[in-house]
Design a protein around this ligand. Sequence first.
Ligand SMILES: [Zn+2]
Length: 291
Amino acid sequence: MGEAGESMKRIAGIVVLHCILLCGAGPATQPAVRPATAEETLAALKERFGSEGYRYEIDIEERLIFAVAAADDAAFDRLRASLKEQAEAFHAELFKHKPVHYVTVLMPTVPDYRRLVKYKNVPGAYIDSARTLIARDRGYVVTHEFTHALHAADREPLGQTHAVWITEGLGAMSEAADFADGKLTLRDNPRFGDLRFSASRKAVIPLERLIVMDQREFVKRPNLTYGQSGSVMLYLWEHKLLREFYDTYKSTYAEDPTGRAALEKVTGKKLPDFHSEWREWLAARKGKAAK
Ligand SMILES: [Zn+2]
């Protein structure tokens, strides 16, 4: 996520979390001849978190394994339905490959979350190597992390590791999106509020620099990097270029993993010119108040 929270500490926290998940799940997830089945993963989760206060389910159709604390029937059904709509919307709009492997949706109790993630400023994470989404907060945090899971499933068959700005841009753009009836509708994100002022003062990071950042650099200035990346995605979507950009990015990935070639191709502009146009577009978005 992009709050003050996303810092270098997060990376360390995720490493800790990854280890706990893998090391604590029993023989099925040790380095093994075959991956754990959904039932084995569920059994391991039950053993780790216990039956009290948790709800466990496997959704075969959506390839999801749920371990969710403090969810009554209505809350659980809402969560399940919202993830289904989100997946449908992304598959209709952007992602070609549906998840083949199960993804675990882990929403622990507050004490369990604290034990798993040592840093208070990290509300959620998606750990691809464990195919696990963990979220402390409901709502946009789950949405953001679930987009990472869907995105990871889309690029997995291609063997691609996409640029951080693209991964987090997709995550950030989805936070304020609407997925009703499986249709993706993007909106201005609360993150864009301050960003509009930065854009009007020309105090944003040049896109030429943003797109070449690695994870370490990207998380140093989260208020700018997450917001900028998400707003570039919103710009592309509003100009009906998002799908074309993403498809072009995947097909040109081997030559240019930064996304520069794909951006220049679909916008028909050199990157510095596109930067100026995007910045002015963002600075002018008065009245597009975030919800
Ligand atoms: Zn993210």
